[in-house]
Ligand binder design. Structure first.
Ligand SMILES: NC(=O)c1ccc[n+]([C@@H]2O[C@H](COP(=O)([O-])OP(=O)(O)OC[C@H]3O[C@@H](n4cnc5c(N)ncnc54)[C@H](O)[C@@H]3O)[C@@H](O)[C@H]2O)c1
Length: 380
């Protein structure tokens, strides 16, 4: 088979673009980033110079037949219009989370990708990392028996984050749509689609004043509004019968508390922060202490871009990629259903569905002299 790489252009040269640039160059040579664009021309030019790639306009990217995949790394509000434009121009798209802001926009993007026969992959891709794939191994091998229930929880201080990144306090950027993506996607990888949701959400202290002293105190004492929920307590029921609770609080102390615990008939699985690729996975069996389970899979360090690399591999091999739009749309619909259930005081039934993506092949070291194996390494 002839070696092939997919040429990539990046739209949005902000904070997260640097993580993509670094790890794709380090791990994923199936992807070759050749160009970038941004509304902020200075930022675009600086990125192009730093990484030795071309600064292009959006129209030039759309017109360039060599560019097969475009990364949409813009802020959530820009995901829908940019992804739509790219898909309609026949480009395969990798989008940062979530797929869109409004529920109908997500549905529409899925239809457009289908109609144009192009790929749409959506972050987060941490579920392809070593820790969550090991959790998946534990569940699939029956080591906790039949999974019955789970608790998933995160608390964070968006008072600090939200002042630096204002999109976190606007529609589409709440803890539910921002961090929620990691939790709901990790759970989707274990249990498949969510079917029913009930929930309460609320906003503590919506009217605030800036506390940051940087930028010549530009934001200090400036009034702003938290436009989204910062408290979430939800109950989720999966098609497979698993039920569980999701707790989120973005008005908490700075120190994060994170994690997912899955309770099965024959064991308990403790998962680390699903926003990370690695971390300790623990298994507790009857009348035993929890033990740290050796990670069965690779990509245990920051491997942002693994989802896009796997999408490129899937394009070469002619199969559906793992971080696909169907999974993403169910995650997105779940987040919306949580808000709807709370607002309308009812249980919400979801429409979307997807097939649980296959686990990645086991193994975390390449074969040295004999060369890395394609899918286990994903890299070459
Ligand atoms: N910052 C993080 O740690 C982090 C981590 C994981 C995921 N993400 C996700 O990545 C995405 C981007 O986040 P970020 O932190 O890099 O934001 P950012 O604000 O640092 O960067 C976004 C960039 O997109 C550009 N942009 C916005 N609209 C555009 C348009 N229409 N055309 C071209 N460029 C446009 C902006 O000018 C900006 O440079 C978000 O969806 C976020 O949820 C961020």
């Amino acid at each position: 088979m002839e070696k092939k790489t997919c040429k990539v252009a990046v739209v949005g040269c902000g904070v997260i673009s640097k993580a993509y640039m670094k790890s794709i160059r380090e791990f994923f040579s199936v992807l070759e980033i050749v160009a970038c664009t941004d509304l902020d021309v200075e930022r675009m030019n600086a990125t192009a110079e730093e990484y030795g790639i071309k600064a292009m306009t959006m129209d030039e990217i759309l017109a360039d037949p060599e560019i097969e995949i475009v990364f949409n790394l813009t802020n959530p509000a820009a995901h829908y219009p940019i992804t739509k434009q790219l898909l309609e121009a026949g480009k395969n798209v990798w989008s940062e989370k979530m797929i869109a802001v409004d529920l109908e926009q997500g549905k529409e993007l899925v239809k457009i990708a289908e109609a144009h026969n192009v790929r749409l992959g959506v972050a987060p891709d941490t579920f392809l990392g070593g820790a969550i794939q090991t959790a998946r191994y534990i569940v699939d091998k029956g080591l906790i028996g039949k999974p019955l229930t789970f608790t998933a929880s995160i608390s964070r201080d968006y008072g600090v984050f939200g002042e630096i990144l204002p999109h976190l306090r606007k529609k589409g950027g709440s803890i539910l749509f921002d961090m929620g993506g990691y939790y709901l996607t990790a759970l989707a990888n274990l249990f498949g689609p969510v079917r029913e949701v009930s929930a309460f959400t609320a906003t503590n202290e919506p009217e605030r004043k800036g506390s940051r002293l940087d930028n010549d105190m530009k934001f200090f004492e400036e009034p702003y509004t938290v436009e989204v929920s910062n408290m979430v307590a939800a109950s989720l029921k999966y098609d497979c019968g698993v039920i569980g609770t999701l707790h989120m609080n973005s008005d908490c102390l700075y120190t994060e508390t994170t994690g997912i615990t899955v309770f099965g008939t024959e064991g308990i699985l403790y998962m680390p922060d699903p926003n990370r690729f690695g971390g300790e996975v623990k298994l507790q069996k009857l009348q035993s202490e929890p033990i740290v389970f050796p990670l069965t899979h690779g990509y245990q360090k920051n491997s942002r871009g693994i989802g896009a690399a796997e999408m490129a591999w899937s394009m070469l091999k002619g199969r559906l990629h793992r971080a696909n739009m169907y999974l993403a749309q169910n995650v997105f619909e779940t987040a919306h259903a949580i808000e709807t259930a709370s607002a309308e005081k009812r249980v919400v039934t979801l429409e979307s569905t997807f097939e649980r993506p296959a686990a990645l092949p086991e193994g975390y070291i390449d074969n040295g002299f004999w060369g890395p194996m394609s899918e286990a390494s994903l890299a070459l």
